[in-house]
Design a protein around this ligand. Structure first.
Ligand code: SF4
Ligand code: SF4
Length: 180
């Protein structure tokens, strides 16, 4: 069987900005107080009076060419299962080189461990046999899909095949595995 290539897609037409994804992630992953691994942004588009607002649930993009991995001097930041980007906190010195390198502001230092934290695409759930991430499960509008891009039948492959999509900061050359 082919190695999976994990990706996530967020449907910006149905996201209502309720932040249930953020709460679900905090609960599931014991995220430090006052910090979150995902967040909701809004962007206003168009020219008055023809304006529209887009809501986006954002997180680490699990970039294929990840500058955080390149910048990490200890090997703590690394490519994990299915091409995801993971942090090994045992190896993390807290130097923040990865935070400087990430153009998406996806990382923070957990004040409890003094090591870097960020979205893992819930790899503990996926490797444990579940097929959904916590944010996906919590979303009341079903706006988040996760899966294997190497499987044409996966929910994420089907969503991307059916709808126009984009990634954040494509010019940064990071090749995100997170789509909108
Ligand atoms: Fe690294 Fe930032 Fe890309 Fe996540 S979004 S893989 S932290 S560069
Ligand atoms: Fe690597 Fe940790 Fe330093 Fe980031 S803070 S560059 S993960 S050692």
């Amino acid at each position: 069987m082919n190695e999976p290539r994990y990706a996530m897609a967020v449907d910006t037409r149905s996201c209502v900005g309720c932040s249930a994804c953020v709460i679900g992630c905090k609960e599931e992953n014991d995220v430090a107080p006052d910090f979150t691994r995902d967040w909701v942004t809004s962007e206003t588009r168009g020219v008055f009076p023809h304006l529209s607002m887009e809501l986006r649930s954002e997180r680490c993009n699990h970039c294929e060419t990840a500058p955080c991995v390149r910048a990490c001097p200890t090997g703590s930041s690394h490519y994990g299962p299915g091409g995801t980007v993971q942090v090994n906190s045992d190896k993390c010195s807290g130097c923040k080189a990865c935070m400087t390198a990430c153009p998406y502001g996806a990382r923070f230092v957990d004040p409890r461990s003094k090591t870097v934290d960020k979205c893992t695409y819930c790899m503990h759930r996926i490797e444990g046999g579940k097929t959904t991430t916590s944010c996906q499960e919590m979303c009341p509008t079903g706006s988040i899909v996760f899966g294997d891009l190497n499987d044409p039948g996966s929910a994420v492959s089907r969503a991307l095949g059916k709808h126009e999509h984009y990634t954040l900061l494509p010019d940064a050359g990071t090749k995100p595995n997170h789509y909108y």
